[in-house]
Write a protein that binds this ligand. Sequence first.
Ligand code: NAD
Length: 467
Amino acid sequence: MATHQPRHASVVPAERFAVLDPATGETFGEAPDQQPEELDAVVGRAHEAWINWRADPGARTTALLEAADAVEAAGADIAPLLTREQGKPLAESYEEIARTAARLRYFAGPAPQPQPITDGRPVRSEIRWRPLGPVAAIIPWNFPLQLASAKFAPALAAGNTMVLKPSPFTPLATRLLGSVVATALPEDVLTIVTGHEPLGARLASHPGIRHVTFTGSIPTGRAVAQGAAASLARVTLELGGNDAAILLEDVEVERIADRLFWAAFRNCGQVCMAVKRVYAPARLYSHVVEALAQRAKTAVVGAGLDPGTQLGPVNNAPQLARVESYTAQAVADGARAVAGGRRLDRPGYFFAPTILADVPADSPVVTEEQFGPVLPVLPYRSVDEAVEAANDTGFGLGGSVWGTDLDRAEEVADRLECGTAWINHHAELSLAQPFAGSKESGVGVAGGPWGLYGNLRPFVVHRPQEA
Ligand code: NAD
């Protein structure tokens, strides 16, 4: 049974910062406000820990499996903390914990074996996959645990060590998760650092870091890549999305409406690959708008800890301001808020689930990433027009096509310029599949074996067949 104490005393913070509960807008906890100057020592220790950690794949497998058990055993402590600081319904916090344990088990599998290169030449050459060194991970506030584990599970399995920085909006559950996982690891293999900028910027550009894996917005991703260029560390970027869902003429609206609604509103719309724009055939337009609006009006909005809550608050005040301003701009541009359209009159960062109809295609709620509980629905006249609109963006994370004729839907999905295209659902990912945004939505590949190899480098040994 895991105790929740790290095996080592982490860096003792000089100061702490407040953590707010988005369901009340009030402070409920605090976290260490670590300073960039502390990173030299932290990264130095991660490098020392790497020397042993990289040497024994069997020990890594055992440790990751033990860590998975420890995470599950600590679920009842971690889940409410995550809900308090992030806002999501408690059941969804437990889903993050389950996914974290599953990911640790998935990557605990056997290490990549040496691969011979057979090209007909009289040499025996072989690829031996080597870890990179200390990896820096920087993550956002929407799925703190899932995204932390998406970083540390493959990186540690590959034989790297990691310094991970969560968002200052959600530091607490990640710190607790880190200390739980650390009970199964040697000292300094995984270190969580918390604090405000320029902590992340300094971590991304630290000369002791060999891989920077970042999840967050496109502008910050750009800054992180520039920072990592200083030491030419490898960069993996998982960035924002503006996924379109295209409904085809043969879609059965009532049959898919629930799934489509939750593909847009789960986690209060704060999902990189949520449905962020819906394109409906003109003939079905009012039906689609009404079906979604009816679900928006009846979704149970409340604090994540309240039983029955389906949709929590927006995570933080700047994000709420963004959601409000995109909605107000859309209405000023001529859109109709068929459901919602405003903040809820209660403490905390609650915004009514909003369906926008008749939105001009160039309104920011369509062209930018709203990342909140607001969904624009746009009519189209031809499928070509819908595909063109879906692709007419710098984003390229995901997309989906909805209809009864699956072959036809797949044909249309194949034309989407994105990393993952779904048919009749959206944002479902297997641990075994690659996850990679196209265009400005990402650089590098996470997930499955690709995620593991993203944390390894090929080391090739050539030798002649004879002396
Ligand atoms: P953000 O870019 O503001 O912050 C992400 C992280 O970077 C935070 O930890 C933040 O403290 C840190 N940071 C801020 N400035 C930095 C700098 N100059 N250098 C280094 N680190 C810095 O993003 P956010 O608002 O926390 O999260 C929302 C965004 O994340 C959305 O755009 C969303 O689409 C994206 N996201 C993408 C994925 C994906 O897998 N593609 C998953 C989840 C979220």
